[in-house]
Design a protein around this ligand. Structure first.
Ligand code: UDX
Ligand code: ADP
Length: 466
């Protein structure tokens, strides 16, 4: 069967870019992305492409090309479901904040609502594709809801996990290392559904990069890929502390071990800690599943990746305080960067949030600048932590549109995100207008420490004996 109409539920960081590329590469398929958030849909439909709700390099060009031709953004969820022969579920699956599995398990209530809605609305056979990251065996729950509450139509469930990384989403989608499609490989209808999705991707992805597996392998592969990647970051971050204590240099160690082709050179950049919507959530998921299955050692093993990451954020904040004579109370500190990595406006689980919270607990006054994150987002992130009142946050944190203004009269600057522009700043000018001694804490190792020290800065970098 050939797919003619696709509906994607959820117009977020995953659904938006993925559907834009699918539409661009499949002019004969009509793709409608729906969301209950009317503001988000309005932003996707905004004439001015600078107002798209998601910042991703190259995305606005793709949207410009396909939008209105075969790519549509809408709040009419029921209609889009009814008309589609393939439905992607791309809604958020945050970590549970209540009840059993609180703080660990994935909250599947948005997924379940989608399933019930699909079941209620569908009058013809549908292929339902899990795109959101889900715990293993969610497909089974989806199938059960669809089959038991539906109108007697046939549903085929596929798992098609997303491997795009934010900030490079367009390129990752255009040139994926692999596309993974899991389904009911043992039955004819399952195989047909998988082939229909293979054909969608085959419009631009070489066939040998499209892998098909059983549905559980596909679901587990997504969690595992993120767990392995996060584990590399925690491993190099663990080493960075050892480097600081011994005089070894983490970049040199990373280069030396990365040259071993069995290890590889990517994902060995020590940092103030990983963030993002996936790593922590997926590992917590893996830990929760393992513990539920009685696999205590497996759970403990993966949990340590998170423990290490929390430690890295915490020790960075503590290093700042101890370097500044054990007190930052009343001191002005500039944070450069708030996003969890460069080239995105996403701040979920960003290390900056936790470092800021610790500095605020020490009564520092923060000046925040990020090239793409809006003021309200920064205040919301702090509010969500629930550490202090909104008024206190607003009094202690000033948000700037100009990096030089953010750095005026501050005692210290901390680099939280590796935005390229930070490297290019006129650091002499920044130094001249700072309090002295002028401290820089480079949480991403992107600045030229020698040059900064020659200007007069005291520089701390992750993984360097300073
Ligand atoms: C990740 C996976 O890479 C992607 O395949 C999956 O689909 C979703 O989760 P993402 O979270 O968007 O993507 O970004 P990623 O590039 O993986 O970075 C995650 C975090 O790790 C960021 O905070 C980043 O700064 C940090 N990181 C990454 C490091 O600190 N050092 C590194 O060497 C690499
Ligand atoms: P991700 O990074 O996984 O894409 P986001 O939070 O950016 O996550 O996007 C998920 C989107 O899904 C949000 O815009 C949210 O409004 C939307 N959403 C959640 N539940 C539903 C639903 N039942 N119907 C339509 N949209 C939904």
């Amino acid at each position: 069967m050939r797919v003619k109409r696709i509906c994607c539920i959820g117009a977020g960081y995953v659904g938006g870019p993925t559907m834009a590329i699918i539409a661009q590469k499949n002019p004969s398929i009509a793709v409608t992305v729906v969301d209950i958030n009317a503001n988000r849909i309005a932003a996707w439909n905004d004439e001015n492409l600078d107002n798209l709700p998601i910042y991703e390099p190259g995305l606005s060009e793709v949207v410009k090309e396909a939008r209105g031709k075969n790519l549509f953004f809408s709040t009419a969820v029921d209609q889009a479901i009814e008309e589609a022969d393939m439905i992607f579920i791309s809604v958020n699956t945050p970590t549970k904040t209540y009840g059993v599995g609180k703080g660990m398990a994935a909250d599947l209530k948005f997924i379940e609502l989608c399933a019930r809605q699909i079941a209620r609305v569908s009058k013809s056979n549908k292929i339902v594709v899990e795109k959101s990251t889900l715990p293993v065996r969610t497909a089974e729950a989806l199938k059960s809801i669809l089959d038991n509450t539906g109108n007697g139509v046939n549903f085929q469930i596929l798992s098609n996990p997303e491997f795009l990384a934010e900030g490079t989403a367009v390129n990752d989608l255009l040139n994926p290392d692999r596309v993974l499609i899991g389904g009911d490989i043992d039955h004819e209808k399952g195989k047909e559904a998988m082939q229909a999705l293979v054909d969608v991707y085959a419009s631009w992805v070489p066939k040998e990069r499209i892998l098909t597996t059983n549905i559980w392998s596909s679901e587990l592969s997504k969690l595992t890929a993120n767990a392995f990647l996060a584990q590399r970051v925690s491993s190099i971050n663990a080493l960075s502390e050892l480097c600081e204590a011994t005089g070894a240099d983490d970049n040199e160690v990373a280069k030396a071990i990365g040259a071993d082709s069995r290890i590889g050179s990517k994902f060995l950049q020590a940092s103030v800690g990983f963030g993002g919507s996936c790593f922590q959530k997926d590992i917590l998921n893996l830990v929760y599943i393992s513990r539920s299955l009685g696999l205590a050692e497996v759970a403990d093993y993966w949990e340590q990746v998170i423990t290490m990451n929390d430690h890295q954020k915490d020790r960075f904040a503590k290093k700042m305080v101890s370097t500044m004579y054990n007190t930052v109370s009343g001191k002005q500190i500039a944070l450069l960067g708030w996003a969890f990595k460069k080239d995105t406006n996403d701040t979920r689980e960003s290390a900056a949030i936790y470092v800021a919270d610790e500095l605020l607990a020490e009564q520092a006054q923060l000046h925040v600048f990020d090239p793409k994150v809006q003021k309200q987002q920064i205040l919301n992130d702090l509010k969500t932590l629930n550490t202090r009142s909104e008024e206190e946050n607003a009094n202690l944190v000033s948000i700037y549109n100009d990096p030089f203004k953010a750095c005026e009269d501050v005692h210290a600057i901390a680099v939280m995100t590796e935005w390229d522009e930070f490297r290019e700043y006129d650091w002499q000018k920044i130094y001249d207008q700072m309090m002295k001694p002028a401290f820089v804490f480079d949480g991403r190792n992107i600045l030229d420490a020698k040059k900064l020290e020659a200007i007069g800065f005291s520089v701390f970098q992750i993984g360097k004996a300073n």
